[in-house]
Design a protein around this ligand. Structure first.
Ligand SMILES: CC(C)(COP(=O)(O)OP(=O)(O)OC[C@H]1O[C@@H](n2cnc3c(N)ncnc32)[C@H](O)[C@@H]1OP(=O)(O)O)[C@@H](O)C(=O)NCCC(=O)NCCS
Length: 161
């Protein structure tokens, strides 16, 4: 994810449906989104943390469809993962494909053992994605009456057996 991607990403991230169950705010100007991308590109101010962000494009026509994130904590050897797709790209298995790729990437990079995801309990599509990739529900987080679930998975489940 680079500032240079803003032109392609801005229109696909405008749809309000994307933000129904996630804390991320919708940027209503390209300049606002560029500011956010600039911060992400600069990386975490905490030396024990690494921010990894990718824009997602379809292989066949190169169109932008969303993004993928991992916040890596070197101290915990764990990464919080997140994925966002534009509604026109929902329902094709892209989020599952992207998260599966991310888990493999994290396994190869070797800096974390665990992947974690925090998901609004009403976000049925996202729950399907992590359940399909064999994440386990670890706890509930309740804030202002909204329940989130925290899921975890070893990035290399075969390493545990
Ligand atoms: C969550 C999200 C990434 C899923 O993307 P996607 O590419 O459509 O996901 P996939 O196609 O890989 O898998 C979604 C699965 O959920 C299912 N699903 C979709 N809506 C559903 C619903 N309302 N109830 C139950 N299942 C649902 C789909 O049918 C699909 O399963 P299937 O392949 O067995 O049919 C996408 O909806 C999104 O970007 N939402 C907004 C941002 C967001 O909430 N991100 C997650 C943050 S935790």
């Amino acid at each position: 994810m680079r500032v240079a991607h803003v032109e392609a990403m801005f229109p696909i991230l405008l749809d309000e449906r994307i933000y129904a169950f996630i804390p991320t705010r919708r940027h209503i100007t390209p300049a606002g989104l560029a500011e956010r991308f600039r911060k992400l590109e600069a990386g975490s101010p905490d030396p024990g943390e690494e921010w990894l962000n990718w824009c997602l494009f379809r292989r066949d026509d190169g169109s932008a469809i969303g993004y993928l994130q991992a916040t890596v904590s070197q101290t915990d050897r764990a990464a919080w993962v997140a994925y966002v797709l534009t509604p026109g790209a929902w329902g094709h298995g892209y989020a599952t494909e992207a998260l599966d790729w991310l888990l493999k990437h994290l396994a190869i990079a070797g800096r974390v053992d665990l992947a974690r995801a925090q998901i609004d309990s009403r976000n049925a599509a996202s729950l399907t994605v992590v359940e399909r990739l064999k994440f386990e529900k670890k706890m509930d987080v309740v804030e202002d009456g909204v329940v989130d679930y925290v899921f975890e998975r070893l990035v290399r489940p075969e390493a545990a057996s």
